[in-house]
Design a protein around this ligand. Structure first.
Ligand code: ATP
Length: 408
């Protein structure tokens, strides 16, 4: 349902949060009446869209912003993490250096805690660093207005909307917070593509306008490769990956960023993969299978793997995709490769499903074939039939071999 008038929006968001999340937030409101704790990011966005996400993201404002005793601030993060586990059971991990904590509550909810931070430049031209700051400064460094919404928990429940994210959410628009946002971090384009494909949002005109300068070779050379890679992999893991791929090409991002367009063949292969992925529940297999298809159609897969520091096993798996091995086990041992293989070679794919028992020389000797080169020849013909999908079981292979032997 669309969000209603702003006055009671905070209350509406609250009502759309899952019961478990509400219970956690009620406890926090009681324990921290002085305020400074906010629900942020995807949790607020998705609640407004009426779709409950699986986790809860919270930001803690330091009680005294810019106070010099960093121990004091750390303690509040640490304290809340401990309290949550005390109230609901579970466990937590603290990352003091990043000012974050991840709590896994007994009833399954994951809560991410982070201190409010801002980016600053120690001197002109230096790399940005972060330091504790206010919620406003924290929201300011985010990617899109719809992700820069926050829900203040106390002293009263309120929505914090400093960048008109509510209006953009209603219009389903992805708008960066400032004109250099994509140049500053081109991985934000990928984040936008992922959201656009998943939620049916569009890039606002300001967003479209800043893409060309953000995908200049000099800019991409400076960009964090691991962020780009991580965002790409996240995109490949989503049910809407095919749409995202099309969008990447339409926006002119696929070529400069990843060295490939979305040719009709890639799109067809992605589409063929969809029903196959319905039969697997392994999210890693979905990511890997789509990556194999991209690599298969990529003009320089090795260069791509190196540039984005992806595991070498993809290169090995890719060889099997291009030159199918004799033994289907060579394909099965690579996560996602069987799915990519079935999408690309449907006519041969049944072979992958055949039982592991295969015809061997011993079977031919038992059939009465004398030992000698003839054995190897029959085995090779059986293997070829297996690759063509003409024999689907050990029994088929025996019969196929018997026929070859009797014809000879
Ligand atoms: P998803 O539903 O994809 O998990 P999310 O919004 O929860 O969406 P996260 O990746 O968990 O996404 O990021 C949390 C928040 O951090 C985002 O809402 C966004 O505001 C901010 N963020 C993440 N990556 C960036 C980035 N590269 N630049 C700016 N802000 C970012």
């Amino acid at each position: 349902p669309p969000p209603g008038p702003r006055g009671n929006l905070a209350q509406q968001i609250w009502e759309r949060l899952p019961r478990g999340v509400q219970e956690v937030l009620e406890r926090i409101q009681q324990a921290y009446p002085e305020g400074g704790i906010y629900v942020v990011g995807g949790t607020v966005r998705d609640a407004l869209l009426g779709m409950g996400g699986p986790d809860l993201d919270l930001v803690l404002e330091p009680l005294t912003v810019f106070a010099s005793q960093s121990n004091h601030r750390r303690n509040r993060l640490d304290e809340l993490a401990r309290q949550l586990v005390g109230w609901f059971g579970g466990s937590f991990g603290l990352h003091v250096a990043f000012g974050t904590a991840r709590v896994k509550l007994g009833f399954g909810l994951e809560v991410d805690l982070a201190e409010a931070r801002e980016e600053y430049y120690p001197h002109p031209g230096a790399l940005p660093q972060v330091r504790p700051s206010s919620i406003a400064r924290d929201l300011e460094r985010r990617d899109f207005t719809v992700n820069a919404l926050a829900l203040r928990l106390s002293p009263r429940l309120e929505i914090v909307d400093l960048f008109d994210g509510l209006a953009d959410l209603e219009a389903r628009l992805l708008r960066p917070l400032h004109p250099l946002s994509f140049v500053e971090d081109p991985s934000r384009i990928l984040r936008g593509v992922r959201l656009a494909a998943r939620l049916g949002f569009r890039f606002a005109p300001e967003a479209l306008a800043q893409i060309p300068s953000a995908v200049q070779p000099e800019v991409l050379a400076q960009a964090s490769k691991s962020r780009l890679r991580d965002e790409l992999l996240l995109t490949l893991g989503e049910a809407s990956a095919t749409r995202a791929l099309g969008l990447l090409a339409e926006l002119g991002v696929a070529e400069p960023m990843f060295g490939m367009g979305a040719s009709p063949q890639v799109r067809e292969a992605f589409a063929a993969l969809e029903p196959i992925l319905q039969t697997t529940s392994d999210p890693e297999a979905a990511v890997a299978a789509r990556l194999y298809l991209l690599l298969h159609f990529h003009p320089d897969p090795e260069g791509f793997l190196t540039r984005y520091n992806l595991p070498r096993r993809y290169a090995e798996g890719l060889r099997h995709l291009r030159f199918p091995p004799e033994d289907p086990d060579d394909i099965r041992k690579f996560v996602g490769l069987p799915e990519a293989f079935r999408a690309l070679h449907p006519e041969r794919a049944l072979w992958l499903l055949t039982p592991r028992r295969m015809l061997m020389g011993r079977d031919l000797l038992e059939m009465g074939l004398p030992s000698g080169p003839k054995i190897g020849e029959v085995l090779r013909k059986v293997a070829e039939a297996r690759l063509r999908g003409e024999v689907l079981s050990y029994e088929d292979e025996l019969e196929f071999a018997r026929k070859l032997v009797s014809d000879a």
